[in-house]
Design a protein around this ligand. Structure first.
Ligand code: GTP
Ligand code: SPV
Ligand code: MN
Length: 607
């Protein structure tokens, strides 16, 4: 059970009495704990009004009209993009900010060397100071939301208090928002307490702070997705991973998809790729023509909560209800499903705007029409970014024509394979399989990937990003590896573990592998391995496909030689790879499970 966040006495006396004067709005919950907590935050932040969201359609229409009136949203061309809206964030506020993200556990050791840490009391004091009176001329929205399908034993309730109408409308797409969450909570007190205020978007005052022991998140000074949609990275991953360790499950930065074979056989896999490394694309993939009769069903595109079931399988749910996807690169060839999904009921953030109120981004296909303005509202000049590289669409998952019916199933889907992947222009082959669970955990733990525009900072340098969770593990990374290792004792039918890399390049900088829908070929091999239908060849890294088993039919211009190249294991490169992995291992050396060190030695010996 979590402790309610305690407002320091200082503020309690400072703002005493203002609550009575404040318009309380129309409360739509009887939950005493929720009402008391909202009251306390209101005393601190001093909003001019409190708006209790119920998630209804009437409410959505009213809030959308208000957002348009106040200039937060612009209505897009209703003929082409019905129900779609355009939003620009502050140019200094376009991505997650890892340097401003804190995990405030009781001890520094609990947060571990890969997280920014501050003592909880100190951080509360600082943030309450920043929040004091911060909503004076604003509305505070009370946003109740449910992560996971209703009645799922894995589902969790969160309540986000925010002064951003953009956040409210986005949370309404990304989560099951409104009455459904209060119904699930009932009289309970076990809910995540989220407080968000934009302040003046000053990057100097930006903080995204997590208090796992209080199940509390406070985010100030930003209005960008991952920093402020608190159900997403903050609750579903950082607090989620902390709860998962305590309660015996895994909260992971993974897509979940179902592969349906022509025989009707359905296999579910989960895949962890770092931010902007292909999860949404893979989760919605359309198999190429050659794979007649095969279907891909999307369960989730960013986050998986996975827990061992009574039958010994590992079950996964998608805690989210929408997609917050990267716009650039999305087109009818790369992701035809996504182009369908985002034709209606979608909020576009930081893309370019055409004169007929349509949207545009790099890699959309056709050229932008004359008169297009860029993501900052300036006339677009050829050679400059029209869309911000991390521009996004926010769309309901119910728009997805390939949404897996199982996405609504409270018990989740059984996972047969876990896939780890990164963005690597060298070294990493297209696909290989771990020898066993412990080796697979080592593979995930030593994943490297080139940084992307999803987080503020330099783009394109390789960093170790264990399980794609470096910015999202809400506790000590060494303990997290230990938790992964321990999970094998709780799962009878362990998923097989694979490594993939869609991004290997030749000397001219061209991708060696066609990617996107053609990734179906890799997936087919993975599914066949899971069902014991296909052999493999042993290499120092793990099991790789025999050339004869890997389907390259109907892939013009891609020969067996190309396949050899994309699968190549270069021993020299791998020696360097291990040295670069040591950087993370040294950082968390004191906490690393010894199995990881053994696995490293085994790999060195095999090489
Ligand atoms: P987050 O939402 O940040 O977690 O990202 P994500 O992992 O869902 O990545 P997404 O699917 O949005 O892809 C990010 C970028 O990678 C897009 O520009 C895609 O076009 C590109 N991409 C995705 N899959 C492939 C692929 O198979 N090959 C190549 N070359 N690029 C890809
Ligand atoms: C990511 O960066 O991994 C995202 C986008 O999915 S955000 O919600 O900003 O985290
Ligand atoms: Mn993500």
């Amino acid at each position: 059970m979590s402790r309610p966040c305690a407002i320091p006495l200082l503020f309690r006396s400072l703002f005493n009495g203002t609550l009575q004067r404040m318009k309380l709005g129309n409360r739509n919950t009887q939950n005493a704990e929720v009402i008391a907590w909202v009251g306390k935050v209101a005393e601190l932040c001093q909003p001019r009004e409190i708006f209790w969201c119920d998630g209804s359609t009437v409410e959505k229409e009213a809030l959308t009209a208000e957002a348009v009136r106040s200039g937060v949203l612009l209505e897009l061309n209703p003929e082409r993009l019905p129900g779609c809206y355009y939003h620009r964030s502050h140019p200094n506020d376009v991505a997650r900010v890892e340097q401003c993200t804190y995990v405030c556990t009781e001890s520094e050791e609990e947060a571990g060397p890969t997280n920014n840490w501050a003592p909880p009391a100190e951080m509360y004091r600082k943030l309450y100071g920043l929040c004091a009176g911060a909503m004076r001329d604003r509305v505070m929205y009370v946003v109740p939301y449910l992560l996971g399908p209703p009645k799922s034993p894995m589902a969790k309730v969160g309540i986000e208090l925010t002064d951003s109408i953009y956040v409210v409308l986005s949370m309404r797409i990304m989560t099951r928002m409104g009455k459904v969450a209060y119904d699930e909570l009932g009289e309970g007190t076990d809910f995540n307490r989220g407080l968000h205020t934009m302040l003046d978007l000053d990057p100097e005052r930006r903080h995204i702070a997590h208090f796992p022991q209080d199940n509390t998140i406070i985010s100030v000074g930003s209005n960008y997705g991952g920093n402020v949609l608190l159900g997403k990275k903050c609750l579903a991953l950082r607090i989620g991973s902390w709860l998962g360790r305590k309660e015996g499950w895994l909260a992971e930065h993974m897509l979940i998809l179902g592969v349906e074979a022509p025989s009707g056989e359905k296999t579910f896999v989960a895949a962890a790729f770092p931010s902007a490394c292909g999860k949404t694309n893979f989760a919605m993939m359309q198999p190429p023509r050659h794979f007649r009769g095969w279907k891909i069903w999307t369960v989730g595109d960013d986050i998986a909560w996975m827990k061992p079931g009574a039958d010994g399988c590992l079950y996964a749910i998608n805690p989210e209800f929408g997609y917050f996807g990267v716009a650039p690169g999305t087109n009818v060839h790369s992701n035809p499903n996504a182009t369908e999904i985002i034709k209606r009921d979608t909020i576009y953030t930081n893309v370019a705007l055409t004169p007929d109120r349509d949207v545009w981004w790099e890699g959309k296909g056709e050229d932008p029409p004359a008169g297009t303005v860029d993501w900052q509202g300036r006339p677009w000049k050829s050679g400059e970014h029209a869309a911000q590289p991390n521009s996004r669409f926010t769309a309901p998952m119910t728009n997805n024509p390939m949404l897996a019916p199982e996405a609504m199933d409270p018990k989740g889907v059984p996972i047969s394979a876990i896939i780890f992947g990164g963005r690597r222009s060298t070294t990493l082959p297209l696909v290989y399989e771990a020898f066993n669970w412990v080796h697979g955990v080592y593979m995930g733990a030593t994943m490297g990937s080139e940084t992307t525009a999803a987080a503020a900072g330099a783009v394109g340098h390789v960093r170790c990003d264990p399980m794609a969770m470096l910015p999202f593990t809400g506790y000590n990374m060494g303990f997290y590896f230990r938790h992964w290792l321990n999970m094998r004792k709780r799962i009878t039918h362990l998923p097989r573990i694979f490594s993939v890399n869609w991004f290997r390049k030749d000397d001219q900088g061209n991708f060696l592998w066609p990617g996107y829908g053609e990734n179906m070929r890799v997936l087919e091999w993975i599914v066949d391995r899971c069902h014991g239908r296909v052999g493999a060849r042993e290499t120092p890294l793990g099991w790789v496909p025999n050339a004869r088993d890997f389907d390259l039919d109907d892939l013009p211009g891609f020969t067996r030689e190309h396949f050899e190249r994309v699968q190549q294991i270069n021993i020299e490169e791998w020696r360097r790879e291990i040295l670069s992995q040591d950087e993370l291992f040294m950082k968390i050396y004191a906490f690393i499970p010894k199995e990881m060190i053994f696995q490293r030695e085994l790999l060195v010996a095999r090489l």
